[in-house]
Structure formats: structure tokens, C-alpha cells
Design a protein. Sequence first.
Length: 134
Amino acid sequence: PAPAAPEKTESATAKIDLRKLLDKVDLNQAGVDNFKVRVDGGKLAVGFDLSNLSPQTALSGKEELQILSNDGSLHPVKADKDDLTFQIQRFKQVAVQMPMPQGVSVADIYGLRITIVDPSGKTIYNSVYPFERP
């Protein structure tokens, strides 16, 4: 009889697609600068400057934040809808505090992924910002 094939475990077959996780999308409509993230008392504090790169027309949409953990998994971060929706002509400072997702510790965090979508749901900006440890 043929030797038994080694049993494949789920972790061995699940491949992480770094391009899908880390590729940046930038349609030159929204700019993100001075991105800062810190964890304080079980809360995630995020701040950044959001700018409209074509101020002749108003820019509106919403920001979505996800924690990218060291194992390559994404964890959605819940915030008040009003904190992450916007309509700007030129510039907006965003500062938001959200609870850490269940089961994610500070040591697990690789970075924070921000995705900005327009009102139709099209991604106009997507980037991962590495988490800086104190």
C-alpha cells in the first residue's frame, strides 16, 4: 500500500496574500496625513488629517478602520457612524476613540488599515499604517 499522505492542517493550507492586505489604493481624491494610533486603557485612539485633493468639488464618504494583526488577519474596529463619515471641501481633522476588538491584544497588532470609500462604495484610498510601539 502507498504511504499515507501527511494530513494537511488548515494553517498550512491557508496562505496569506500580502498584496491583498498591504497594497495601497490611491485615486488621488483623498489624502491622509499625520496618521497616529495608540492604545490607551483598552481603547484605540486614532487621529489623522483628511484632505480633499480636488477642492473644486466636495468630497464625501466614510472611513473604515481595521486592525491588521501579526498573523495577517483583519479585525474590524467599531466606531460611531458619525465619527467616520465626512463631507469636506478642503480638510478635516479626524480624532476617534474606539474599543479594541474582542480577542486582540496590543502585542498582536501589526498596523491599522484605513479604507476610504465614496458614497457609491468604491474604494478611493486604502493603506496600512504600521503600529508604533512606545
